[in-house]
Design a protein around this ligand. Structure first.
Ligand code: PLP
Length: 393
């Protein structure tokens, strides 16, 4: 009992500071509307950018895969877990991204844990944006390289830091493509220029750019037309693709190296057939049509401009991630609760996920939202905003 009293203390501390997160349970499939506590509520917080999480075509593909391949591979990829579906997904990801090769792993988090420890040694330096995702931070922690954190999107400082460390054995710059809490985009063209000048490796985590940026949702590299200039693109199939799984795309030799040595690939079982088949179906849909991507952006523009007109601060968002900035954690939690009471599910994000005093409701737009859904949401934001004094009455 006594051994674990520190856990009671830690939980009590979270409650006292207003940081305790009550996690809601979804009782339906994840679409524009979900069922929670028996109520149907408008869903504004899944990463279901293209509405694929409950798309019938993906469901059917997953069912067909279960019939043909069963429910699991029952092995890690390197022993007996590589099925023809995995090989096909990797071929399709590489084609979609325009790279020589791709590797599929179990999640976006695992991509960062796969790549960073393999590329970096003790005499190397990794330059990492201060707002990079936790999985990048954890990937960096698994290396013995020296970590240099540069201010968010600040390429002038990055240039100075690269100059200072010019003599390092190996240099790697790693950045989120789209920053998940603010919805702003990494200055990738400038980063790539700096990388060329200083012979640094460039790695971008495109978790929130996939299916969102670029032609047919091909991601940030396509968005900036930087094909061939970014060494490693990684990302996830769990957001716009609506499924589960991560990938690394890049040169054939880097992918082969990962296949031989990446620990999540070697020591954690392969993704399941229904997941992999649904991912392939998502790529199929996107290759054939950019209609869901266009719908996503139309929704995002309509929603963002409507909130701005009401007087809300939507931060630095350049994408369908819309942070509604509210300041203190308590305000954000109260806002989220009041929205929920009005039938809108939009979670508050507070410290430690974002800095203290920068709590927000983070709204994730989806191509699955209809105009009527968005008007319903905007109405709820207006009412709650006035009630809580976040906007003028
Ligand atoms: C930038 C970034 N990388 C990686 C991940 C992790 O992806 P996954 O949920 O597939 O592990 C996320 C998800 O939150 C993310 O935002």
């Amino acid at each position: 009992m006594g051994k674990l009293t520190f856990v009671d203390e830690a939980l009590a501390d979270l409650r006292e500071k207003g940081l305790y997160n009550t996690i809601r349970t979804i009782e339906s499939s994840v679409g524009a509307w979900v069922q929670i506590e028996g109520r149907r509520v408008l869903n504004l917080c899944s990463n279901n950018y293209l509405g694929f999480a409950d798309d019938q075509r993906l469901r059917d593909a997953a069912k067909r895969a279960i019939d043909e391949y069963g429910v699991g591979p029952a092995a890690v990829r390197s022993i007996a877990g590589t099925m023809s579906l995995h090989v096909e997904l990797e071929r399709r990801i590489a084609r979609f991204k325009g790279t020589e090769a791709a590797l599929s792993v179990q999640s976006g988090l695992n991509t960062n844990l796969s790549v960073l420890p393999l590329l970096l040694d003790k005499d190397d330096i990794v330059f990492t944006d201060e707002l990079n995702h936790a999985s990048i931070i954890d990937g960096v922690r698994l290396t013995k390289a020296t970590r240099v954190i540069y201010p968010h999107r600040d390429t002038e400082t990055l240039a100075k830091l690269l100059e200072e460390k010019r003599a390092a054995a190996k240099k790697l710059i790693v950045t989120d493509g789209v920053f998940s809490m603010d919805g702003d985009i990494a200055p990738l063209p400038k980063i790539v220029d700096l990388a060329d000048a200083y012979e640094a490796i460039v790695m971008v985590d495109d978790a929130h750019g996939e299916g969102v940026l670029g032609s047919h949702g091909r991601g940030i590299v396509d968005h900036f037309n930087l094909h061939g200039r970014v060494d490693i693109e990684c990302g996830t199939m769990s957001k716009a693709f609506g499924v589960m799984g991560g990938y690394v795309a890049g040169s054939a030799k880097v992918i082969e190296y990962l296949r031989q040595r990446a620990r999540p690939f070697l020591f954690s079982s392969a993704a399941t057939p229904p997941d992999v088949a649904a991912c392939i179906e998502a790529i199929d849909i996107l290759e054939k049509s950019d209609e869901p991507v266009r719908r996503l952006w139309e929704n995002a523009q309509f929603f963002k401009s409507s909130l701005k007109k009401l007087g809300f601060d939507t931060g630095k968002s350049e994408t369908p991630i819309v942070p509604v900035m509210l300041g203190e954690a308590e305000t954000a939690w109260s806002f989220s609760k009041a929205l929920f009471a009005r039938g809108v599910f939009a979670t508050a994000i507070a410290f430690p996920t974002v800095p203290q005093g920068k709590a927000r409701i983070r709204v994730m737009m989806s191509a699955g939202h209809s105009r009527k859904d968005l008007e319903f949401a905007i109405d709820a934001f207006a009412q709650v905003g006035r009630e809580l004094g976040a906007i003028r009455a």
